[in-house]
Design a protein around this ligand. Structure first.
Ligand code: VTB
Ligand code: MG
Ligand code: MG
Length: 332
């Protein structure tokens, strides 16, 4: 008889992989119905409701440790919310039920629904604040990038490791006034920049497949939940990432302290953002570089595309689904 070498937590994780797909699929279908309707809150609400409903069906004892809502005043799956039927393993959940609410409301590329599930106590619990981030994909020597080095230094180091000129490096950043100085620094060294309006979970993930996406590095300040979600995906496929929470008021420092952040200046690397076995699922809402959006066919069939990452094995699965039993979507 073959010996079973799978650890119990990995076994649970394996069973739960497809369950997670169902959660993000349903959130995606719910929000995709509101694609292009100019109502960010309604689209977000639809995603949150669907995600919560599906999460609560899972055999897990889950806690949302990082979510969204405080900052957006979105109808959140709030930090500390308990999800699941409590009959399974203790797990940490990170969610962004609709990443890119504006992209969805305007029917622009790149809106996704995304969540991560990890062993209890292994995802960074942090408030919904901003986060400084730098990330690159797998295959480079450890320590090539450093959050505290200048963009010039990081790009030069990455170019050297890649065996190309700095002008052949492409950086992805959110198009925000707060990045003006950083953008100037990147341009000064001659690297290219792709500026995106929203969606930096996918932005970080793009660095893992530079041949396909043309993106070598992610730089800049985005939201913290998106940072943890992206880190969880990077944990599964490799890569390097460093972050620091932006805790620039006493109120934010106090909020973070309540969640266990004792050093507001702490620099987190990948292993500190997502330290345990983790699964990440994301489904496309609008068409984008990472995933195709939800398709509502004339014959009533709904199509979705989802990607699932597993850290235990490094497996990445793309799941194209055709849904025929539509009552499960509670579309009304
Ligand atoms: C980013 C982006 C997200 O929030 O994290 C951003 O990737 C950060 O906040 O899609 P600001 O918009 O305030 O700069 C989103 O745009 C929305 O979650
Ligand atoms: Mg959101
Ligand atoms: Mg978001």
């Amino acid at each position: 008889m073959t010996e079973i070498t799978v650890q119990p937590s990995q076994f649970i994780e394996r069973i739960l992989t497809l369950e997670l797909v169902r959660v993000t699929e349903r959130a995606a279908v719910a929000s995709a119905r509101l694609r292009g309707h100019g109502d960010e809150k309604a689209a977000d609400q639809a995603a949150v409701d669907a995600m919560r409903r599906e999460l609560n069906k899972l055999q897990i004892d889950g806690t949302v440790v990082i979510g969204e809502g405080e900052r957006d005043e979105a109808p959140m799956l709030f930090i500390g919310e308990q999800v699941g039927n409590k009959k399974g393993p203790k797990v940490d959940i990170a969610v962004d039920p609709l990443e890119g609410t504006t992209l969805c409301a305007k029917d622009m590329p790149g809106a996704i629904t995304v969540m991560a599930m990890a062993e209890g106590g292994t995802l960074l619990a942090a408030p919904d604040c901003y986060m400084h981030k730098i990330a690159i994909g797998p295959g480079y020597p450890k320590g090539v990038i450093d959050l505290d080095a200048s963009p010039e230094e990081n790009i030069t180091a990455l170019a050297k490791a890649k065996g190309v000129k700095p002008s052949e490096i492409n950086v992805l950043m959110l198009d925000r006034p707060r990045h003006a100085e950083m953008i100037a620094a990147v341009r000064k060294i001659g690297a290219g920049i792709r500026l995106i309006s929203d969606g930096d979970v996918a932005g970080v993930i793009f660095t893992t497949t530079p041949e396909q996406t043309g993106i070598d590095m992610y730089l800049g300040i985005g939201a913290a939940p998106e940072g943890v979600l992206a880190a969880a995906a990077l944990r599964c496929v490799g890569g390097q990432m460093q972050t620091r929470l932006v805790l620039d008021t006493d109120e934010k420092i106090a909020r973070a302290r309540k969640m266990g952040v004792t050093d507001p200046q702490k620099k987190y690397d990948l292993r500190e953002l997502a330290s345990g076995d983790v699964i990440v699922a994301a489904t496309g809402v609008t068409d984008g570089g990472l995933l195709s959006g939800v398709k509502f066919r004339r014959d009533g069939v709904i199509e979705t595309e989802t990607v699932v990452y597993r850290s235990a094995t490094g497996t990445v699965r793309k799941i194209h689904a055709e849904h025929r039993e539509l009552s499960k979507f509670h579309l009304g």
